[in-house]
Design a protein around this ligand. Structure first.
Ligand code: ADP
Ligand code: ADP
Length: 218
C-alpha cells in the first residue's frame, strides 16, 4: 500500500521563500526512505508536508494514513514525568482510555528495550535511552508512517549504531513506512531501502537510489 505520494510538489512559504520544487516521491508500507542533502535544501519542509505541519503550494500530495509518528533529535520529554507517563502522554492527548493506553505504553516500552525503567525520570536516562522513550511514545499511536528528523544527531557513534540496528529490526517486523532525515550518508545507506539526495534552492530531489537488500549491513 502507498503511504505517501508526492507528485511535482512545490512549497513557497508565506514570506515568499521557495523551499521545494518538482518533488516526486512515493513511500510504501515496509519502505524506509532516507533523505540526505545540505542545510537549506528543504529536508525539514518535506518532513513537514508528510506530517501535515506544512502545506504544499504546488502539485499533488496524497497520504495513505493519518497515523503518523514523529521522532525528533531533541527527545522533548517532560522532565517531571516518569518514563511510563511520558510514553502514555500522546495516547492520553488523543483521548485513549486509561487501561488501553497503559497496555500500549507497556508494550511500546518492552519493544524499545526499556523494561525496568518505567518509573525512571528523564534526567536519569542516557541520550540513547531518551530517544527510546521518544520512539515508544510515538509507537503508542500505532503509526503506519514514521518520520525521523535527525533522530540520532546528538548521540555517540556506538549508541547510533545500536539504535540503528534495533530500528532496522523493528521496521522489518512491523512493516512501518519511514521517512528519515540524516546528515550521514553511511547511516542512510545502512538503514534505508532507498536513499534520496536533495540539493539546491529551492530544493529538488537530484538522485533517488534503491539500496539492494543484499548490501552487507555491517
Ligand atoms: P533543511 O531541512 O534541508 O535545512 P528547510 O526545509 O529547513 O531545509 O528549509 C528550506 C528553505 O526554506 C530554507 O531556505 C529555509 O530558510 C526556508 N524555510 C524553512 N522554514 C521556513 C518558514 N517557516 N518560513 C519561511 N522560510 C522557511
Ligand atoms: P542505549 O542506546 O542502549 O541506551 P546507552 O549508551 O545510552 O545506549 O546506554 C547503554 C546501556 O547502559 C543502556 O542500555 C542501559 O542498560 C545502561 N544505562 C544507561 N543509562 C542508564 C541509567 N541512567 N540507569 C541505568 N542503566 C543505564
Amino acid at each position: 500500500a502507498e503511504i505517501l505520494g508526492f507528485s511535482d510538489v512545490g512549497v513557497t512559504y508565506p514570506n515568499g521563500t521557495r523551499a521545494l520544487e518538482g518533488v516526486d516521491l512515493r513511500v510504501g508500507a515496509g519502505e524506509f526512505v532516507s533523505v540526505v542533502g545540505p542545510s537549506g535544501c528543504g529536508k525539514s519542509t518535506l518532513l513537514g508536508l508528510a506530517s501535515g505541519l506544512a502545506q504544499h503550494t504546488d502539485g499533488y500530495m496524497q497520504t495513505g494514513t493519518d497515523r503518523v509518528g514523529y521522532v525528533f533529535q531533541d527527545a522533548t520529554l517532560l522532565p517531571w514525568r516518569t518514563v511510563a507517563q511520558n510514553v502514555e502522554m500522546l495516547a492520553e492527548l488523543d483521548g485513549i482510555g486509561k487501561a488501553e493506553r497503559r497496555r500500549r505504553a507497556q508494550e511500546a516500552i518492552d519493544l524499545v528495550g526499556l523494561s525496568g525503567f518505567e518509573q525512571s525520570l528523564p534526567r536519569e536516562l542516557s541520550g540513547g535511552m531518551k530517544m527510546r522513550v521518544s520512539l515508544a511514545r510515538s509507537l503508542t499511536l500505532e503509526p503506519e508512517l514514521f518520520l525521523f528528523d535527525e533522530p540520532f544527531g546528538a548521540l555517540d557513534e556506538i549508541t547510533r549504531q545500536r539504535l540503528g540496528d534495533e530500528l532496522l529490526g523493528l521496521f522489518a517486523a512491523k512493516r512501518f513506512a519511514g521517512l528519515f532525515i540524516t546528515h550521514s550518508v553511511s547511516e542512510a545507506v545502512y538503514l534505508s531501502t532507498r536513499v534520496v539526495v536533495m540539493s539546491g534552492r529551492p530544493g529538488r530531489i537530484i538522485h533517488s537510489v534503491e539500496v539492494p537488500f543484499d548490501v552487507p549491513r555491517d
